[in-house]
Design a protein around this ligand. Structure first.
Ligand SMILES: *Cc1c(COP(=O)(O)O)cnc(C)c1O
Length: 423
């Protein structure tokens, strides 16, 4: 049963209600290892599903273009205050619709079309919005890209500095979607200072780890920090931009009226709720457990002969290079899904294969940690991953079905926020 319950949906639109229930059961029965996903609390779900979705509030608190903001202004101010307090930032904008629009706002705030921007190459772990070719950010600006070192799998800081000195970007992005190691914010900040660039840290993946003290904070090093709110931070789909007071006006103007219309007030409320949850002492334990689980899972995979990019992990994320296993990422990911283990195929650095059929798998431990799984479980999960990857190579459907059953049995003892099986 969904929690909060959905009786009106069941009466009014049984088709959609049925799909919501089916999705909830799927999330209950699978080991969810997609590194950008999580389970939000019932409180976050309630805020997201509230009547705040009915309201229009273009503008900012005290300066709106529509009347009737008596309750919305305090909601947004609470979200802002909690964001500033949690991350120690001077300014917070909580209106971006999601991570990609938040990043676009950075371009609008600091760059003119054609200006140079520097970011980690997408196939090396960067994000589309850091200047990748197919993205507006790569079409309308002049992207230069740094990479990771072939020998270490880690960002090549010497290359970052050389490239920055030669290309003189106005904005330097650090952070990405498939970085298993700690980001050296002070080193990036020094390079940005040297070339007079604005350093922007995109911490979408690791915001929850930063909030919980399990990853160093970019605040104080990067003048601007963008993040989604729905990955390790465990809030609703949304985003925030944190900045120094100096950049507050430019950021706010870029988000509205530069890019967006009315903020999603129901999302803003849910972000506020998630930020309150992330400020509680339990959340620091949660963040540390995410990292402990990722380390334990990485160790167990290494023991089974898996090749991990950078040799392991410092955060929630593990990137597997399957080249030595004789099965590419896509068929492996599809087989794992049938075995009840959900993750995504992913390019690895210097991948000889295509982005639609790459050599790697990406996984993360935020969601399974929310389910209450701890280090002791990780060897078993690595074992199931190994079984499924071998079954994929042999096209052994029966083995995949057996693993899926064992996964279901194990997870039955670990409640999921937002849904429980009807007794
Ligand atoms: C997820 C992610 C984004 C984009 O977030 P969306 O909400 O999917 O638009 C941006 N940057 C990084 C590094 C991300 O991991």
């Amino acid at each position: 049963m969904h929690e909060p319950a959905i009786p009106h949906l069941r009466d009014g639109d049984p088709e959609i209600a049925g799909l919501v229930e089916a999705e909830a059961r799927r999330q209950f029965e699978k080991i969810r290892l997609i590194a950008s996903e999580n389970y939000v609390s019932p409180a976050v779900l309630e805020a997201t599903g509230s009547v705040l979705t009915n309201k229009y509030s273009e503008g900012y608190a005290g300066r709106r273009y529509y009347e009737g903001q008596q309750n919305i202004d305090p909601v947004e101010l609470l979200a802002i205050d909690r964001a500033k307090a949690l991350f120690g930032a001077e300014h917070a904008n909580v209106q971006p619709y999601s991570g990609s629009p938040a990043n676009l706002a950075v371009y609008l705030a600091f760059l003119e079309p054609g200006d140079t921007v520097m970011g980690l190459s997408l196939p090396m772990g960067g994000h589309l919005t850091h200047g990748w070719t197919v993205s507006a950010t790569g079409k309308w600006f002049r992207p230069v890209r740094y990479e990771v070192r072939a020998d270490t799998g880690r960002v090549d800081m010497d290359q970052v500095r050389d490239l920055a000195l030669n290309e003189r970007p106005k904005v330097i992005w650090c952070g990405g979607t498939a970085i298993p190691r700690t980001i050296d914010f002070p080193a990036f900040a020094e390079i940005a200072r040297e070339v007079g660039a604005v350093l922007v840290a995109d911490v979408a993946h690791i915001a929850g780890l930063i909030a919980g003290g399990a990853h160093p904070s970019p605040v104080g090093h990067a003048e601007v920090v963008t993040t989604t709110t729905h990955k390790t931070l465990r809030g609703p789909r949304g985003a925030m931009i944190l900045s120094t007071g100096e950049h507050a006006k430019a950021i706010d103007r870029a988000v509205f009226p530069g890019l967006q219309g009315g903020p999603h007030d129901h999302t803003t409320a849910a972000i506020a709720v998630a930020l309150k949850e992330a400020a509680a002492p339990e959340f620091a334990r949660y963040a540390r457990q995410i990292v402990a689980n990722a380390r334990a899972l990485a160790a167990a995979l290494l023991e089974r002969g898996y090749d991990l990019v950078s040799g392991g992990t410092d955060n929630h994320l593990v990137l597997i290079d399957l080249t030595n296993k004789g099965v590419p990422g896509k068929p492996a990911a599809q087989a794992l899904d049938r075995a009840g283990i959900e993750l995504n195929y992913n390019a690895v650095p210097f991948d000889p294969r295509t982005p639609f059929d790459p050599s790697g798998l990406r996984l993360g431990t935020a969601a399974i940690t929310t389910r209450g799984l701890t280090e002791e479980r990780m060897p078993q999960i690595a074992g199931w991953i190994d079984e499924a990857v071998q079954a994929a190579a042999k096209q052994d459907e029966a083995a995949l079905g057996r693993v899926a059953g064992q996964v279901r049995d194990m997870l039955a003892a670990h409640p999921m926020p937002g849904w429980a099986p009807t007794p």
